[in-house]
Design a protein around this ligand. Sequence first.
Ligand code: AHR
Length: 523
Amino acid sequence: MLTAKRILSCLTLVLLASFVFSSDLFGEEQITINKIVINADLGKNIINKNIYGHFSEHLGRCIYEGFWVGEKSPIKNTRGIRSDVVEALKRMKIPVLRWPGGCFADEYHWKDGIGPYELRPSMVNTHWGRVTENNHFGTHEFLDLCEQLGCEPYICGNVGSGTVREMQEWIEYITFNGKNPMSDLRRKNGREKSWKLKYFGIGNENWGCGGSMRPEFYADVYRRYQTYVRSFSGNRIYKIACGSYGENYHWTEVLMREAGSLMSGLSYHYYTVPGGWGNKNSATEFGEKEWFDTLKKALFIDELIQKHSTIMDKYDPKKRVGLVVDEWGTWYKVEPGTNPSFLYQQNSLRDALVAGLTLNIFNNQCNRVKMANLAQTINVLQALILTKGEKMVLTPTYHVFEMYKVHQDATLLPVDLQCGQYEFEGDKIPALSVSASRDKSGRIHISINNLDPNNAAKVVCELRGSKAKSVTGRILTAADKTAHNTFEIPETLKPAVFKTVQLKNNILSTTLPPKSVVVLEIK
Ligand code: AHR
């Protein structure tokens, strides 16, 4: 039965809609009122906090100078790990961190990265600039980092150039508490008790840098390697098979068909590359064409996930296997004057919108997406943090993750969005992106992005099935599309209080400024 309140809300929406219609009839400029309906008393899927995960590879200055400065550094650190970075990542509640790659993972031999520093052999990082890697940041340092961050470690093993034995022994070294040669070696290196390690990847991009394999071949290799990735001492491993990228649906089909029953998760990679691989954009010098192209490409991941997920449904209708989007983000030209192999790029308001809309997509598809890891945490690709000597800057992308942390482990709420279009040169995309959740204490959070860089968006949002009393909000925006934080001016972009939102009879009304990311909290 309709309650009086619900009738009132419906009437308000009808009135607002007719206002749009009539203003058009009188030949005035059409005002689009975007309508959102949120079913606050429904929702059954949990947004896995690991969707807010990150990725750190031995690439450029991500590990060295990013996370790791060494104990003797004048930069404040705990056992060699930068304290400012740890504090910042804890503030945004980093849930999981993937390491050591990436393409580096399939060239990494973990035994080179344990024991006294002076005895660790160097190697050449062949994939990323052929620079010398001294192996000072290894297994103990990574697991120490995760303990300092309070996050779950996710280690990617070497399939491309490593042996089954090497992988088996790594798992034993980390997780076996009894007595065997590997646990003895760990103790000799100063760690008595085994670590907990839940997430383990069996290779990375084995269709490319991880061994150029065909899916049929990799499926068998996966079956073999995963046999020796054992759960010891109460530690239960979530095995992640190397998955597909972009529109390669064949890889997903073969992997699910041949090895689906032996995996807990299947990875997936998608990068937003405006201009394309051969003609990448600058991270900070761009116009509306590049803005539109970037957001359109970023939105495409919605369709990609749906299609890969449909293939997975065929073999796994109960959605037991998680889709683990363990590399995603923007990929631009490197900053002028920097090593092209180090993938160092700046990060602007455009990246904040990419982060906001992508996280909304992951939230809305959380029945299949169980983890995602942005590439990469510090100084590489769509980074959260940039460092220069002792200086550290938080990027707009960092601020989006910090604002969205309220969705972690909350219940996804079904959302119906009817919105206007953002049109550019005859092409169009939806002007708004939205997702909503209810946390354990009953607070509702709505994250809305206005992708249009020119027009504000009037929004009316009905909260069905809630007794909303108050609303507060935060916003991230700037006057300029290309706005970004620098070492000289580090706070051009940071979240501000968002006040222009009203709540009456369970109806929220607001106007979102152009090119903005907003998170509302309703109590
Ligand atoms: O993140 C940079 C690289 O992109 C990773 O090493 C690889 O997995 C992907 O191709």
